[in-house]
Design a protein around this ligand. Structure first.
Ligand code: GLU
Length: 429
């Protein structure tokens, strides 16, 4: 059995450590082997259901047309409509989107929300585009996907460099074609347009909830816990702020250009205000400058990589000093680094749990849109809390009972759930 799986796996795998698809596949293979997954189920689950590539003609402000390339990978529908964000970046590529789509499937299964996984991306540099250009590109991208997305099919959301405005444009474009307003086609919308209270903060808040549970295992309390956060966007910035408000000592934070460090703790409200006003952490008083690489290696209790993929690799994993690694980004740790961290005794809260707060509240948003009845923010936050804590406990129990690390346990738990549903539905082959 194990051999059959390896044989199938070899022909789809690239062997580059920084390929996110490779990182995802090697964990998937290991979990599948440990679960003794049926080879037919393995063959179905190892590949996406559908991959769309679209060309997006966009009228630029100059009057000329530029054609952008975009993707939407729908990885799995076994448990419900596909779900996942859309990112805009010059680095977008199909392997990355494929990996991110699969991670959405496993993430939704870990927190047990009734969605499959998908991801989209457009190769573009949003920092060089005007709002008008972004709007026209977004609307044309949405119209190219119109037959493939929808509340019962595939529900996009924000990801890197996309936001509530992007979702409002997609919702509007879809609705214009449908001839009526369809709020549930995307999540992460503005609150007044069918968005959910608490969605913007949900990923950061989810991280706070799992870190609160993880520190109990080390008998630590928030004021004794030093936290380093890489990233200050929707995940890192909000996560750091909520942890600061919860009494944690946030000793470092960064953005793409670099970070700041103070072993006695940073006033995160002031630091984020400075970042917003000056677009940089530079010249913020009472801290040392630190590079993004050095931030990862700081002496701290909790490390939250909340920026991008491939930050902790076989090259630097040995030098990571945190007790708890709470992965805010998708895929911040390569598969090759897993064993090194495990041998060092780092407690990993894997991305497919740690950052699942976002999609959990996306699920709540989709439910509210379909009901047409909206919940108070404290209700959203309480339900998010219950989901994150229950999933954290499920994961720890699963890791203990199967004698595996938490990363492997997360994949096993997710694959087990998706495999069960696939087997019960039967493969239409
Ligand atoms: N882009 C987010 C993620 O990677 C959210 C996806 C969603 O809410 O559908 O989890």
């Amino acid at each position: 059995m194990a051999m059959a799986i390896s044989a199938i796996a070899d022909d789809v795998r690239h062997v580059k450590e920084d390929n996110p698809f490779e990182s995802m596949m090697s964990r998937f293979d290991r979990a599948a082997q440990l679960l003794d997954l049926d080879p037919d189920l393995y063959a179905v689950m190892r590949v996406p259901n559908r991959e769309l590539k679209v060309y997006i003609p966009t009228r630029m402000d100059s009057g000329r047309i530029q054609v952008f390339e975009g993707y939407r990978v729908q990885h799995n529908f076994a448990r419900g409509p596909a779900k996942g964000g859309i990112r805009y970046s010059p680095d977008v590529n199909i392997d990355e989107i494929r990996a991110l789509a699969a991670w959405m499937t496993w993430k939704c299964a870990v927190v047990n929300v009734p969605f499959g996984g998908a991801k989209g991306g457009v190769i573009c540099d949003p920092t060089q585009m005007s709002m008008g250009e972004l709007e026209r590109m977004t609307r044309r991208y949405a119209s190219e996907l119109i037959d493939f997305i929808g509340p019962e099919k595939d529900v996009p959301a924000p990801d890197m460099n996309t936001n509530e405005q992007t979702m409002a444009w997609i919702m509007d474009t879809y609705s214009m074609h449908a001839r009526h307003t369809v709020t549930a086609v995307v999540t992460g919308k503005p609150i007044d347009l069918g968005g959910s209270s608490g969605r913007r903060e949900a990923t950061g808040r989810g991280i706070l909830f799992v870190v609160n549970e993880a520190i109990k295992k080390f008998k630590m309390t928030p004021p004794q816990t030093r936290v380093a956060v890489q990233g200050s966007g929707n995940v890192g910035g909000i996560g750091a702020r909520l942890m600061h408000e919860a009494g944690y000592k946030v000793v470092a934070i960064s953005d793409v250009h670099g970070g700041i460090y103070n072993p006695n703790g940073i006033d995160i409200h002031e630091a984020l205000k400075h970042l917003q006003q000056t677009r940089s952490f530079e010249d913020f008083e009472g801290v040392e400058a630190i590079s993004n690489e050095d931030l990862l290696e700081l002496d701290c209790d909790v490390l939250v990589p909340a920026a991008t993929e491939n930050q902790i690799t076989s090259e630097n994993a040995e030098r990571i000093k945190c007790k708890i690694l709470a992965e805010g980004a998708n895929g911040p740790t390569t598969a090759a680094a897993d064993e090194i961290l495990h041998n060092k005794g780092v407690f990993v809260v894997p991305d497919i749990l740690a950052n699942a707060g976002g999609v959990t509240v996306s699920y709540f948003e989709w439910v509210q849109d379909r009901m047409g009845y909206f919940w108070r923010e404290d209700v959203v936050n309480e339900r998010l809390h219950d989901t994150m804590v229950a999933s954290f406990n499920d994961l720890c129990r699963y890791a203990d009972s199967h004698s595996v690390d938490t990363r492997t346990a997360a994949y096993m738990l997710a694959i087990d759930r998706v495999a069960y549903d696939t087997r019960m539905r039967g493969i239409y082959a």
